[in-house]
Design a protein around this ligand. Structure first.
Ligand SMILES: [Zn+2]
Length: 261
């Protein structure tokens, strides 16, 4: 195949855009695969569940405390009534004995209830402290997660706009390079990431294999508009620093003029 060397060299620009697109795609995949945000979401759910369970425990403790307080009130009222009956002077001695014994039992009951209440209040206090700590950590985790999500969205946004501009650059290039050359490039690009590579010295820029002097002979002898392929990897080899058939000769001013105009 023959093609203007200037057009051949534009394949390097197309290749550079494709390499950029591949890198952008890899960056997007890495972002998609990043487990930091899903892990943070799961950790946050654990914290929220813990806070909810602590709140339920506190509500239980409150119910227990209320129940004890109501019972204390009943005991107190009963004791007051007993004392009034005793003070009235109208109770027979037998009844007084009974009232006295009941008052002692009520006092023991009250003391035991107050011990229970204290225990529940201490337990409630411990739960409250744990809940405060849990809520503080939940807030921290929510803020960290929001930051991480905003950061990821910003990076996805950047990737999206970089991809769009690279894709439009690709369209511009494929529209301005001769179709036959683009077709050849695309067929190679479907097989390998580097479809067009610069020939640097004797080395192919795609497979990096250095050519023997014997392999170089036909390359050096080739006409400047002949489209060369690497025999090792099939990439289109683009000469950027050689003139036709010369080893050290650079492109003449006249040719340079022709290909850079
Ligand atoms: Zn190669």
């Amino acid at each position: 195949m023959e093609a203007d060397l200037f057009d051949q060299r534009r394949l390097l620009e197309l290749q550079a855009v494709d390499t950029t697109l591949t890198q952008l795609d890899q960056r997007r995949r890495r972002l998609d695969d990043d487990q930091a945000i899903p892990t943070a979401r799961r950790d946050l759910q654990v914290l929220r569940d813990r806070a909810a369970s602590l709140k339920a425990d506190i509500a239980d403790a409150d119910r227990d405390i209320k129940r004890i307080e109501q019972e204390v009130e009943l005991v107190t009222k009963r004791a007051e009534a007993d004392r009034r009956r005793m003070a009235s002077g109208s109770a027979p001695p037998k009844e007084l004995e009974g009232l006295q014994s009941e008052l002692e039992s009520l006092a023991r009951r009250q003391s035991s209830l107050e011990d229970d209440e204290l225990e529940f209040m201490e337990r409630r206090e411990g739960l409250e402290t744990e809940l405060n700590e849990s809520e503080r950590r939940t807030e921290e985790s929510e803020a960290a997660l929001a930051d991480a999500e905003a950061d990821r969205d910003r990076r996805l946004g950047e990737l999206h706009s970089e991809t769009e501009s690279a894709a439009s650059e690709r369209n511009r290039l494929t529209g301005s390079i001769p179709p036959r050359l683009v077709e050849l490039y695309e067929s190679i690009h479907a097989r390998q990431p580097i479809a067009a590579a610069e020939l640097v010295g004797r080395r192919c820029g795609s497979c990096r294999i250095e050519k023997s002097p014997a392999d170089m002979a036909p390359i050096r002898a080739a006409a400047i508009n002949e489209v060369l392929r690497c025999e090792e990897c099939g990439a289109i080899l683009i000469r950027t620093d050689v003139g036709p058939g010369a080893d050290t000769e650079v492109v003449s001013d006249e040719e340079l003029d022709k290909y850079t105009r």
